[in-house]
Design a protein around this ligand. Sequence first.
Ligand code: RIB
Ligand code: CA
Length: 316
Amino acid sequence: MAKPKIIIDCDPGHDDLVAILFAAKHLDLLGVTTVHGNNTLANTTRNGLIALELGKIDVPLAMGAVEPLVQPSVGIASGHGKSGLDGHEFADPRLKPISQHAVDFIIETARQHQGELIIAMIGPQTNLALAIKREPRMRQWIKEITIMGGSTTTGNFSPAAEFNIAADIEAASVVFESGIPLRMVGYNITRQTGFDSADIARLRQSGSSACQAIADLMQFYLTRQGEMYGLTLAPMHDVCAIIPYVYPDLIQFLHTSIRVELTGTYTRGMTVCDVRHPRGSAETSLRNRTEPNGFVAVSARSRDLIDRVIETLEHY
Ligand code: RIB
Ligand code: CA
């Protein structure tokens, strides 16, 4: 059976790098697009090229939006360090981005693979929002949007908002209200799904130079996440958006309504997920419900998921 076709839109980022390496081994990765977010667009692009070189992955990388649609930039995420990929010294990548803008690359790829293309959104959603506004037929062309973002419970950027949504809230609203099939894995799942020190030691034992570099990166990320959030795991947020297309039984989803809060004083950027009923918000007995617009992750076999990711990385 043909591998699912996917584009990854990202802001590398330690966990973005792992998502790219994992997807390249299991899916038909057609390209990578970069966006502002964890760091500046220049740095997320450099880091995306580093990821492709590290994994010897021969796919195009297109640069995208440098800032959010409407709101001011929220600033870089210190959890990834000054460069956005601290922990291992990389030479400047030899690879260069293609000249086509990420928005045009996404549209063109969706046009060429109508009905087949999955778009993985693992950073702020500015590029996809612009693509939907520029080409409304994207609503027919895209098979599914898989999102690392939002949460059914707490955020990380604020008590209510997760970073990828908070970094461009209007863009997220455009994407969630687009009518395109959505699959969202939020911080409620990803905060409990990550590498511990034993996983990092296992990567080091693999012996390859690529795995040594990955282990260095993950050690930095683990230490920083511990300092910032008291976590004992290096959360692998982004690969969770890829997993459903490779190991469908590792994350459990609920089909329900997911709305992006645009105006709340304390809740702006929150993904309001209706998880009141085990069968989702389609239950007509629920008050104040809104129409279901996607699948939201409500549980995961996190340890099994991480084992599958480590096994994949050991092949680099
Ligand atoms: O909140 C987690 C998300 O923010 C991940 O995509 C991580 O890479 C950062 O972008
Ligand atoms: Ca990311």
